[in-house]
Design a protein around this ligand. Sequence first.
Ligand SMILES: Cc1cc2nc3c(=O)[nH]c(=O)nc-3n(C[C@H](O)[C@H](O)[C@H](O)COP(=O)(O)OP(=O)(O)OC[C@H]3O[C@@H](n4cnc5c(N)ncnc54)[C@H](O)[C@@H]3O)c2cc1C
Length: 443
Amino acid sequence: MKEQKYNAYLKEIGKFIPKDQIYTDELRLLAWGTDAGFYRLIPKIVIRAKDENEVSRLLALADKYTLPVTFRAAGTSLSGQSISDSILIVAGKNWEKYSISEDFERITLQPGIIGARVNEILKPHGRKFAPDPASVKSAMVGGIVMNNASGMNCGTHANSDKELLSAKIVLADGTRLNTGDPESRMTFEKNHTPFLNKIIEIRDEIRNDNELSDRIRKKYSIKNVTGLNLLPFVIYDDPFDIIAHLMVGSEGTLAFLSEVTMKTEHDYPYSASAMLYFSNIKDACRAVVAMKPGPVFSAELLDKKSLASVNDTTGTGLTAVLTETKADTPEELQANIEEIKKILSPFKTVTPIHFTDKPEEYSKYWAIRSGIFPSVGGTRRPGTTVLIEDVAFPLKELPEATADLQELLVTNEYHDACIYGHALEGNFHFIISQSFDSPEQVA
Ligand SMILES: Cc1cc2nc3c(=O)[nH]c(=O)nc-3n(C[C@H](O)[C@H](O)[C@H](O)COP(=O)(O)OP(=O)(O)OC[C@H]3O[C@@H](n4cnc5c(N)ncnc54)[C@H](O)[C@@H]3O)c2cc1C
């Protein structure tokens, strides 16, 4: 029965999608059956869509045959978001158009542009694309926004949710909506009145429940990307704004994103970084908590295992905090460095604090940080799978919480686990290597 549905779907899409954009051969399906995560699902059909019209028709037909669809940008997701055992629609190449507002404060992007490319486009104008996952050199706008991916600088103050202004989307039945276009909104209002009323109803239900609204606010004040984004219901009145912001972090489950307009951020021309070494993880976290109100733009923790994975020879058992400050002038940069040193004066660092403003030096530190996941993965025991997870804590609880997390990993006998990540935002990744070759190990 299912097989018949896929065959009927293939026949119908063959009428408007060229053959070379559709893959059904075993080898290609196998290749598209994996992303950067550790899961595998073999798709039945892979389609490289070229434009919004194609996506709209592909979705309407999938809806007709009740066949599930998954979208993919660059496929660097780590938790199986961009794999499918049904239809996989790929929107990477061919989706790389953009336009910038005259004041350079807004950029409209198609989903297939790589994050780092957006920064190249904006750099000459002194602006940047704020969401900054460590995978920014490969990850694309569609994936970054739909995963609400964020990294070392953007925290919760400049993530995709904070930067998004409007979205052009295609819903599961093929309906198109541009939340930034008055005409498109009007048409949608006319044709989808119950849909909009439902959004308003949910908004009001949440807002009339103070306990729930407070809980949502609290959850999103830390780097919370679990589940669908509920924050828009609390902070936006306009149902179209709610719909657009609901896309952020929805992992492609609510709609296809065909274009997004985002704010750009000021790109400071001067920066300096220091690798600060502490004798234990708790002290490192305490130092991060102290630095938070200072002129610190990022503070990335690398625990002993992370440092060992990149053969850091400073000393065994140390924890490092890669710290960065930025400024508009060299004088301001120097003043920032002095201020950070003053904040850190009560803390004992293993080596003297040394900030470098030389790009050839600090880019090496940041390359180490960006490469931690593959480096640690490379040191796993043969036959094990690398599992990576995220946890976020309110910052003031970070030192205790991190020590607890470390203990939890040891108690569960993950002796080669590592903890690293965005300490300044109270957000860590932890990596464990797990074997799945016996029922005990699976349990
Ligand atoms: C080495 C490494 C480092 C990483 N570092 C970070 C990090 O620091 N922070 C972080 O948050 N993540 C990180 N990631 C995870 C991942 O890179 C990011 O989440 C990234 O944003 C995914 O982008 P992508 O283009 O690969 O999207 P994909 O993996 O292709 O897709 C991501 C999600 O978006 C959906 N999607 C894609 N395009 C569309 C579209 N047009 N419309 C609707 N839905 C769509 C997909 O269905 C999927 O659910 C890292 C991954 C790796 C491998």
